[in-house]
Design a protein around this ligand. Structure first.
Ligand SMILES: *[C@@H]1O[C@H](CO)[C@@H](O)[C@H](O)[C@H]1NC(C)=O
Ligand SMILES: *[C@@H]1O[C@H](CO)[C@@H](O)[C@H](O)[C@H]1NC(C)=O
Ligand SMILES: [Cu+2]
Length: 236
């Protein structure tokens, strides 16, 4: 019975994947897919060793993508949807429970040409299991907020061109690996102002392992704490 339920649930979720579709800058909508490397469909990445983990499928360059010029300290809002719409359909279908994270990586030249490989990524936002007693996850908050979550770009980051990488990890079938679903969207930004910080950096792919407790985890057993993969948030 339980097995049948999960098989049915998995089949239903297959149509309920989602993509990053908009960014907002200081509360201003930038338009659908503008400044974003758009994947071919809304399927998740499940192999943490794949280069698709960096910026999703076909995400290793963005030569036809605009780069947004923003000041350090800008509030960037990411907006996800299952399909190409804002119809009121759940942005992330309710079964997709898990953490929401944002990373940033400085391009050696232009953001458009940057493939994001190597130890270049700094985590600037992470939200996971928010309330163990109600089993409320970051994804529930994003969903109730129309698919949106925000991060303020640290003012101490050096000026220059960057990739901003938003990630939602859905853990509904994550009790074995591969199973966790990585939804990834990358935006191209040119940061002005800024400072001279030298933040810690990890590789994506590289830093995540199939055996990480935040990647292979049974979330249906009254989970009391959750540690997202990729280490601590750097707050500037
Ligand atoms: C960032 O912008 C969003 C959307 O306008 C807003 O809800 C949020 O409070 C802002 N965050 C900060 C820290 O200003
Ligand atoms: C990036 O921003 C700086 C500072 O505003 C500006 O001088 C430069 O032209 C911008 N570069 C691009 C490629 O937009
Ligand atoms: Cu899905």
């Amino acid at each position: 019975m339980r097995t049948a339920f999960f098989l049915l649930a998995s089949a239903a979720f297959a149509n309920a994947h989602f993509t990053l579709q908009y960014i907002w800058l200081n509360g201003v909508d930038q338009g659908q897919n503008n400044f974003l490397r758009v994947p071919p469909n809304n399927n998740p990445v499940t192999d943490v060793t794949s280069k698709d983990l960096t910026c999703n499928v076909n995400g290793l360059s963005g030569s036809s993508v605009n780069t947004a010029t923003i000041a350090a300290g800008t509030n960037v809002t990411f907006e996800w949807h299952q399909h190409a719409q804002r119809t009121g359909e759940d942005a992330i279908s309710g079964g997709h429970k898990g953490p929401v994270q944002v990373y940033i990586a400085k391009a050696p030249s232009t953001a458009a040409a940057f493939d994001g490989q190597g130890a270049v990524w700094t985590k600037i936002y992470s939200s996971g299991l928010l309330n163990p007693s109600s089993q409320q996850w970051a994804t529930d908050v994003v969903n109730s907020n129309g698919g949106k979550h925000s991060v303020v770009i640290p003012k101490s980051l050096p000026a220059g061109q960057y990739l901003l990488r938003a990630e939602v990890i859905a853990l509904h079938v994550a009790s074995t690996y591969p199973g966790a679903q990585f939804y990834i969207g990358c935006a191209q930004v040119n940061i002005s102002g800024g400072g001279s910080a030298s933040p810690p950096k990890i590789s994506l792919p590289g830093a995540y392992k199939g055996s990480d407790p935040g990647i292979t985890v049974n979330i249906y057993n009254n989970l009391q704490s959750y540690t997202a993969p990729g280490g601590a948030v750097w707050s500037g």
